[in-house]
Design a protein around this ligand. Structure first.
Ligand code: FES
Ligand SMILES: [Fe+2]
Length: 405
């Protein structure tokens, strides 16, 4: 697939002409509802690829930890910072009889299994076995919590469940490594966090965040007018890059948008989703690859299951974790450059609230689509030219199932 991106306005060439290899035909509904298809995705994708599980900002101090469940693989891991400041990941499975050693997140000196009290250090090594002399041939060198490959890029923590990862993390991140080398992800704390377990396939829900075709309808009451108007009624991305597995697009703001007083304040005080021209004040490296004069934000799909959407002064993340073929755990967060005044804080909360309301709208329509697919009324989905990122996601996954890594 061509790695060259294209820049478009409404009256220019279609995306299809640039990416003819993606085809134009309908896509089957099966990948969006079948357990059998999900098991193939688990075997060929989730079990083999680097998966982003959280940010190092959650592990500031020695002993800080969080648990991440990957339900589709029946796995639970603990990610923790050891006394040597190293971040590690291990299976959340006691070496005695398998009980989990941690839950949620927090800080601890040791992980203690609640079943019979085996104790592990925060680096996963076995620290204490109660009544050790009652066991027969216990080899304590083999009783550390089972480790999982763990690597960090720009403050994002990744794990890989395969014995020997097929690709390095940088190979998997591909074009994003260079593009975002200088974007200060690590320095941008969380301003808001959202999550839901919803009745929709993980890809179907991710699709809601990688096309703008629905913005003027679904988001008419929230962000619709900000992105759509006479210049761009269907929210076509100005920039679109479909790469080997990742995809990236940039959306423009509507120059005729009349901001509300709260938005005017938010923009002045510290940047906001609806900042229009003021975006230039908060520009960061790697954003706006198409040099859009009306640039708003970039959607960056990072294979396989997250979006790292960047903009001037902030970024937001979506994670899509399949629980089963039609249930997804979605986790999202918004990050700004550090706040140093109350007005900046209020400004950030304006974006947190706006995104919260828009995301609710996306959840409602996605659950509606899933219910419709489950009814059996459709055999196929027709994606339009502007929905080419959804088609690309389908094709990349199908390709990895047909030709496994
Ligand atoms: S299962 Fe953990 S101590 Fe027994
Ligand atoms: Fe949306």
């Amino acid at each position: 697939m061509s790695s060259e991106a294209i820049h478009l306005t409404n009256d220019q060439q279609s995306y299809r002409e640039k990416y003819p290899e993606l085809g134009t035909g309908p896509v089957p509904v099966e990948p969006y509802m079948s357990e059998e298809y999900l098991s193939k995705e688990c075997e060929h994708i989730f079990s083999k690829m680097w998966l982003m599980v959280g940010r190092t900002t959650r592990l500031k101090n020695v002993g800080d930890f969080f648990v991440k469940n990957v339900e589709c693989l029946n796995k639970s891991i603990v990610v923790a910072k050891g006394k040597d400041q190293e971040v590690r990941a291990f299976y959340n499975v006691c070496r005695h009889r398998g009980t989990n050693v941690a839950s949620g997140e927090g800080n601890c000196k040791y992980f203690t299994c609640r079943f019979h009290g085996w104790v592990y250090d925060t680096d996963g090594s076995i620290a204490h076995v109660p009544e050790e002399d009652q066991f027969y041939q216990l080899d304590k060198s083999k009783l550390n919590l089972e480790s999982v490959h763990c690597e960090i890029w720009k403050g994002f923590i990744f794990v890989n469940f395969s014995d020997k990862p097929r690709e390095t993390l940088r190979e998997q991140l591909a074009e994003y490594c260079e593009r975002f080398e200088d974007f200060p992800f690590e320095e941008m704390p969380v301003a808001g966090r959202w999550g839901a377990t919803l009745k929709a396939n993980w890809k179907l829900f991710q699709d809601a965040f990688q096309e703008g075709y629905h913005v003027s309808t679904v988001h008419a009451g929230t962000i619709g007018e900000y992105f759509t108007g006479k210049r761009n009624p269907n929210c076509r991305p100005y920039y679109l890059g479909l790469f080997k597995r990742n995809r990236s697009m940039s959306f423009s703001y509507n120059p005729e948008f009349a901001p509300h007083p709260s938005e005017i304040f938010a923009v002045k005080a510290g940047g906001s989703l609806s900042q229009g021209d003021a975006a230039k004040t908060y520009a960061l490296p790697g954003i706006n690859p198409g040099n859009d004069p009306y640039y708003s934000f970039d959607v960056n799909a990072v294979f396989p299951n997250w979006l790292c959407d960047t903009s001037a002064g902030f970024f937001f993340i979506h994670e899509f974790w399949p629980i089963d073929a039609i249930t997804t755990r979605w986790e999202a967060s918004l990050h700004f450059l550090p706040t140093n005044s109350p007005s900046q804080y209020i400004s950030q909360m304006q974006s947190v609230t706006l995104l919260r309301d828009a995301f609710r709208e996306d959840i409602a329509t996605s659950e509606g689509s899933q219910a419709g697919l489950m009814s059996g009324a459709l055999r196929e989905i027709n994606f339009s030219d502007v929905e080419i990122p959804c088609r690309h996601q389908y094709q990349v996954i199908q390709e990895l199932i047909d030709n496994p890594l």
